[in-house]
Design a protein around this ligand. Structure first.
Ligand SMILES: *[C@@H]1O[C@H](CO)[C@@H](O)[C@H](O)[C@H]1NC(C)=O
Ligand SMILES: *[C@@H]1O[C@H](CO)[C@@H](O)[C@H](O)[C@H]1NC(C)=O
Ligand SMILES: *[C@@H]1O[C@H](CO)[C@@H](O)[C@H](O)[C@H]1NC(C)=O
Length: 433
């Protein structure tokens, strides 16, 4: 049996129990109630800051698909080709969840958080933005005792933010990134073949969000240099299949949006507003509407972008508060005909590392929800919500590990959950099942 690299920090006890009333000195108090915003989020705006304008200094597709190394001001990433550490076969544990202390070093030279995605079954794909600003990819679809992750493969491009990806169906992935020219770039994988990077235009301020509600739909959402949210959607049906043009959905965003869906014809966008509060804009939130609803103020005092998950008409959002704790709010589907209602913000405690928002996944068909945070001691922690008891686990479970980035969790293979983070040396760490 091969010994996994283990980073344990169980003894540090920096983050054991939630402390709802702790007076964390340098932080502002988390404000639970929505507050009046100085701007009207739903008033149409025209200050687009050149989002759709033709600008100079944009990369050509030829450049983007094969950027000369010299222009990128870094040496070739030879280290990311280093073999990944071998780990125990995933069958050696009966657990379906990332397991405390079970960490695998997948090497890499990432800046920022990793981007894992699974199209189902045993397939897992992992993307990173390398220190050379190119995108790199690694995948695995066999988990026998002797199988391994593939090597990191170079996917070219020229980025200054981590990539985002979604999958519409088996053998399909849409990959997006914020180019060093501020445009949104897209590359798709279909039945064994990658297309080239294609410019989607735009003037993007942060990493994009990708979301698919079913096999015929994918969309990318960005926070633009004008502070507004923009999106482009891909629809395979009806006849006019393909990418629609950019649609401005307004707002006053501070940071990247997050997009989630609980099924066909629904997407919810959540973000941190320039007023520090959480905001939400739904598409198709009632069973009869196929249209965007208005921006809704959810209150809060956020430090960083919110995380969200949605299923069966329910949605949960999580954020790092200005007090450093993890906060949570639930949208409950009360009836089919009236709009679902948000609950109050709940303090989940914890002490999140600077610059690392939480991440969340819904598992077991919505029976459970797992929220992951990177603690201020660089270890990862988890809380699990069980819908059969309507309760969170009492305390944050220490997962060990040593990461600098926010956690990124992914469900795969019928309800397994793995969680990833980027170490101080840029290597990608996987806490595995
Ligand atoms: C992870 O693996 C890479 C490549 O083998 C190695 O260079 C790096 O030191 C490892 N990182 C840690 C934290 O062990
Ligand atoms: C591991 O489990 C998968 C199914 O989850 C199975 O297909 C595979 O054969 C197993 N591998 C070993 C070595 O037992
Ligand atoms: C809300 O709940 C009802 C009753 O459980 C269900 O029929 C409906 O599909 C749900 N709405 C959404 C948007 O999931």
């Amino acid at each position: 049996m091969l010994i996994p690299l283990i980073f344990l920090s169980l003894g540090q006890g920096a983050l054991s129990l939630p402390q709802p009333n702790a007076q964390a000195a340098p932080f502002q108090k988390f404000q639970v109630e929505p507050r009046a915003s100085s701007v009207d989020w739903n008033a149409p705006r025209t200050d687009h800051g050149g989002f759709l304008a033709k600008r100079s200094g944009l990369h050509s597709e030829e450049f983007f698909n094969n950027p000369p190394r010299s222009i990128l001001d870094v040496e070739p990433s030879s280290s990311f080709q280093a073999a990944a550490l071998e780990e125990e076969s995933s069958n050696s544990s009966s657990s379906k969840r990332a397991t405390s202390g079970r960490w695998e070093n997948l090497s890499g030279t990432a800046i920022g958080h990793p981007c894992p995605v699974s199209w189902g079954g045993q397939r897992m794909d992992l993307y990173q933005m390398g220190k050379d600003k190119r995108c790199q990819h690694k995948s695995r679809d066999s988990w026998t005792a002797t199988s391994k992750w593939g090597a990191w493969e170079d996917m070219a491009g020229s980025f200054d933010a981590p990539p985002a990806a979604c999958s519409r169906k088996q053998d399909n992935t849409h990959l997006f990134g914020k180019g060093t020219d501020g445009q949104c770039w897209h590359r798709s994988y279909s039945s064994g073949t990658w297309g080239a990077w294609q410019s989607m235009g735009g003037a993007v301020a942060h990493y994009p969000a990708a979301c698919s509600w079913g096999k015929d739909h994918a969309a990318v959402y960005v926070s633009s240099t004008d502070g507004q949210c923009w999106h482009r959607r891909y629809d395979e049906t009806p006849k006019a299949a393909g990418w629609n043009s950019w649609e401005n959905i307004g707002g006053y965003l501070d940071g990247p949006p997050k997009a989630v869906t609980w099924g066909q014809d629904h997407t919810s966008i959540v973000c941190k507003g320039q007023d520090g509060q959480a905001w939400h804009k739904p598409y198709g939130i009632s069973s009869t509407s196929k249209a965007w609803g208005e921006w809704e103020n959810l209150g809060g005092s956020l430090d960083g972008p919110p995380a969200a998950c949605a299923w069966n008409g329910r949605m949960d959002i999580f954020a790092k508060g200005t007090d450093g704790a993890c906060w949570h709010k639930t949208l409950k589907n009360t009836t089919v005909t009236t709009l679902p209602k948000w609950g109050s913000w709940e303090n989940m405690g914890g002490k999140l590392k600077e610059g690392t928002p939480p991440d969340v996944v819904a598992v077991d068909g919505g029976k459970k929800m797992e929220v992951y945070i990177t603690g201020d001691d660089s270890a990862m922690f988890r809380k699990v919500w069980d819908s059969t008891t309507d309760k969170w686990t009492d305390s944050w479970e220490a997962m060990g590990g040593s990461v600098d980035s926010k956690p990124t969790a992914v469900t795969w293979d019928n309800g397994k959950v793995d969680v990833f983070g980027t170490g101080a040396d840029g290597s990608i760490k996987r806490c595995f099942t």
